[in-house]
Write a protein that binds this ligand. Structure first.
Ligand code: GLC
Length: 351
């Protein structure tokens, strides 16, 4: 990628030289990115209110390795906003774009700059989420090294971003990142972020995949009042993950429906527990992921998405649907249009 960006213009004459000068400033450059809107601190509860209804985007898009093959285009942000969403969760597998010294690939950073600026220009709030799969290393120490390295580069880069941008330190800590290990890892990353972003709102969830029943294990620094707490909700997994190849025990499941009165009530009761924790700790809540895999029937998916989104709103949580494209889709890239029943469930037309 890097080689291509440097050498193609040399071969291509004047027009491509212009491309070179365009590419160079974004490269290996730790100057903070400038934004047309300045930063002012905002109470995390106000930020959650502004984030309101959101959409997870870009996590599995080819754009990160080759912008020429992007499925998601900057103009999709405007479509998301026009459809009634207030925020996006910008999902980046940042650890995949580091070299052996944990330096982020300048081409990745350039794409991130472009997407972040475009989302903001569309009027959306942004949670910049560090996602990972297996790149976190094999133990908490190696994971911490990489997560720290990511935020050591990203936090100063975006320190001038408007307060509509919040940093989410790490998606769904799990496995060797148990509650105790995660406590050390997130505090280290948070301290790095705080060096350049002392009052930006930072999003942190509990270990155990940020599941709501793990909230009690999350211990936050009392004196940091710029934290938003995130949880994910995929219960019951037998419904939301039926047919999912990446969850072995559910791969062969099918025809599981959702939408009984008891099921709606369970979501509401589950969120009562989250709200009680939030009130006791004075932390606002961001439901950063929920949804049902595309293998479930569309009526059940509609009921589930509607039920969870409305319950979150009734409890004062911001939410972000998982996800725009790839799987669980809310938007069909083939027709370049919304999956109407899902959009209808998430943003009811009468609202
Ligand atoms: C998590 C995973 C993502 C998966 C989703 C639903 O966010 O990182 O890959 O699709 O959960 O299972």
């Amino acid at each position: 990628m890097l080689g291509k960006r440097i050498f193609a213009p040399v071969l291509g004459g004047i027009a491509l030289c212009a491309a070179l000068t365009h590419a160079v400033p974004a490269m290996a450059d730790d100057t903070p990115v400038s934004f047309s809107e300045g930063f002012t601190p905002i109470d995390p509860a106000d930020q959650v209110a502004a984030m309101h209804r959101g959409m997870n985007v870009l996590g599995y898009d080819p754009i990160w390795f080759d912008p020429a093959h992007a499925r998601f285009k900057a103009e999709h942000f405007a479509k998301i906003k026009a459809a009634g969403f207030d925020s996006i969760r910008l999902v980046v597998h940042g650890l995949r774009h580091m070299d052996a010294q944990d330096t982020l690939d300048p081409a990745f950073l350039a794409t991130l700059d472009t997407m972040l600026q475009a989302a903001l220009a569309s009027g959306l709030s942004v949670s910049l989420d560090l996602h990972y799969s297996n790149e976190c290393g094999t133990d908490p120490a190696s994971c911490q090294e990489k997560v720290d390295a990511f935020w050591r580069q990203i936090a100063p880069r975006y320190k001038n971003a408007p307060n509509r941008v919040a940093f989410e330190l790490l998606n769904e800590p799990h496995g060797f990142l148990d509650a105790k290990a995660w406590d050390g890892v997130y505090r280290s990353a948070l301290a790095i972020v705080r060096q350049t972003n002392p009052t930006r709102n930072v999003i942190v969830g509990p270990a155990g995949w940020s599941s709501i029943d793990q909230l009690a294990s999350l211990d936050l620094p009392e004196d940091d009042r710029h934290i938003i707490v995130t949880v994910h909700y995929y219960w019951p997994m037998t419904f939301t993950h039926q047919g999912a190849s990446w969850v072995k025990q559910f791969t062969d499941l099918h025809d599981v429906k959702w939408g009984s009165q008891a099921e709606y009530l369970k979501v509401s009761t589950d969120f009562d527990g989250v709200k009680a924790w939030a009130d006791a700790h004075h932390r606002p809540i961001f439901l950063g992921e929920f949804g049902a895999y595309d293998r479930s029937d569309i009526e059940s998916r509609m009921r589930y998405d509607y039920g969870v989104a409305r319950a979150a709103e009734a409890h004062g949580f911001a939410w972000a649907y998982w996800q725009f494209d790839s799987d669980f889709i809310a938007y069909d890239m083939k027709t370049d249009d919304w999956v109407q029943p899902i959009l209808y469930a998430l943003v009811p037309p009468h609202d």
